[in-house]
Design a protein around this ligand. Structure first.
Ligand SMILES: *Cc1c(COP(=O)(O)O)cnc(C)c1O
Length: 380
């Protein structure tokens, strides 16, 4: 029962505290208070303001895309992104079951159906092989897109997720999606700052979406960003998330059902201050990951590191335990000692609202579900 005392001691020493150690805490060490005060002094606290513009410019730069749009949260961003690439009621969207529930919820908000395909063991993200196999078996190219010939539904999008900031095989997914004429949206909620072959995650698909929730690598309380390398998709995203209002000096005219998904200037102020520190957050996390890697090697516990040719942001770091029993004792021992650790998500088809969704065999997802545990990952 004292198998993991060394781990607990190491984490305590590393974070230099005898108090409770959370999984991930935000750090506000930059211009946060200054920028927040600016918004109040200017009276522009709501959805129009200089920090919203500045945040969008910064995100466009960081992700090397043509347009970034600030939104209320990542979930709403994904919801709109799917609609923008043409997802409609009754369509199917290919995604992974090993993800946070928001990924599938964003599909369901469009009255579309998630199709859960397996992940790769090493990336923990959607497997291009699983997607390709599924499409070879069930896909049918028709004039207006790809259809599932078993269900008769259109396969309207593919939505991979970069798990904990480790990039998926996005280059291969791009190829498979192109072959089958399926738009690609990246749930990059967890991967701000991550790169695949030197290119930022979120910039490979038709659209990418980031989250700035309180537990992410950079936060603005609550918020998100939609990015696209297509200027027209980006502009459409801005339009739809700001009530679909036609520009006019004084008239209100809205020509389709838009959303009020705008990020308030207050939150954008916080987001700008956080983005200014992103490089610093990334290098601090990299340092911690190196320390963990070194320590866990000596313990004979598998610590997850970035794959070759990728850069992970190390948002949430994790270990892979031997089996479920080992995982459960790790979870119990660490949490009993006030070192917060959490298992990876339960596979989404085990949740009541997604239990009847189409899925393939989920060997890798099931394997990881039983073994992966997140460990304290905050910037120190
Ligand atoms: C955090 C997260 C989201 C949603 O972001 P919110 O800003 O909290 O709505 C979506 N997908 C994944 C994988 C996430 O981790």
């Amino acid at each position: 029962m004292n198998k993991f005392q060394e781990t607990i001691r190491f984490v305590r020493e590393s974070f230099n505290t005898s108090k409770f150690i959370p999984l991930h805490e935000p750090r506000f060490r930059g211009n946060e208070k200054k920028y927040l005060n600016d918004t109040i002094d200017s009276t522009f606290v709501s959805s129009v303001g200089a920090y919203v513009d500045k945040f969008e410019e910064m995100m466009q730069q960081i992700t090397a895309t043509s347009k970034a749009v600030a939104v209320v949260n990542g979930t709403s961003g994904i919801q709109v992104a799917l609609r923008l690439v043409g997802v409609k009621a009754g369509d199917e969207v290919l995604t992974q079951a090993l993800t946070f529930v928001a990924t599938a919820n964003a599909i369901a908000y469009n009255a579309a159906h998630p199709v859960f395909l397996d992940v790769d063991r090493d990336t923990m993200g959607l497997s291009p092989t699983a997607v390709s196999n599924f499409l070879e078996e069930f896909g049918e190219l028709r004039e207006d897109g790809c259809y599932n010939k078993r269900t008769g539904n259109r396969i309207a999008a593919c939505l991979p997720m970069h798990t904990f900031g480790f990039p998926v095989r996005i280059d291969e997914l791009v190829v498979v999606c192109k072959k089958w004429g399926i738009p690609l949206v990246e749930d990059a909620a967890e991967s701000l700052g991550s790169e695949f072959h030197g290119k930022p995650t979120g910039s490979f698909g038709d659209i990418g979406v980031f989250s700035f929730n309180g537990n992410k690598i950079a936060t603005c309380g609550g918020g998100g960003a939609i990015v696209s390398s297509s200027l027209s998709l980006g502009e459409k995203a801005k339009y739809l998330t700001t009530t679909a209002k036609k520009p006019h000096p004084f008239e209100y005219y809205h020509d389709e059902l838009g959303y009020n998904f705008r990020m308030p200037n207050l939150n954008a102020a916080l987001a700008c201050a956080q983005l200014e520190q992103l490089d610093c957050f990334l290098s601090e996390k990299r340092k911690l990951a190196e320390e963990y890697d070194h320590f866990f090697k000596a313990q004979d516990i598998k610590f997850r590191t970035e794959r070759p040719n990728t850069k992970a942001n190390y948002w949430l770091m994790c270990v892979e335990l031997e089996d479920r029993m080992e995982r459960d004792s790790f979870l119990k021992e660490t949490n009993d000692s006030k070192v917060m650790t959490r298992p990876i998500w339960q596979l989404l088809y085990k949740l009541p609202m997604y239990k009847s969704c189409i899925r393939d065999e989920q060997q890798n997802a099931e394997f990881l579900e039983e073994r992966i545990v997140n460990i304290p990952s905050s910037v120190k």
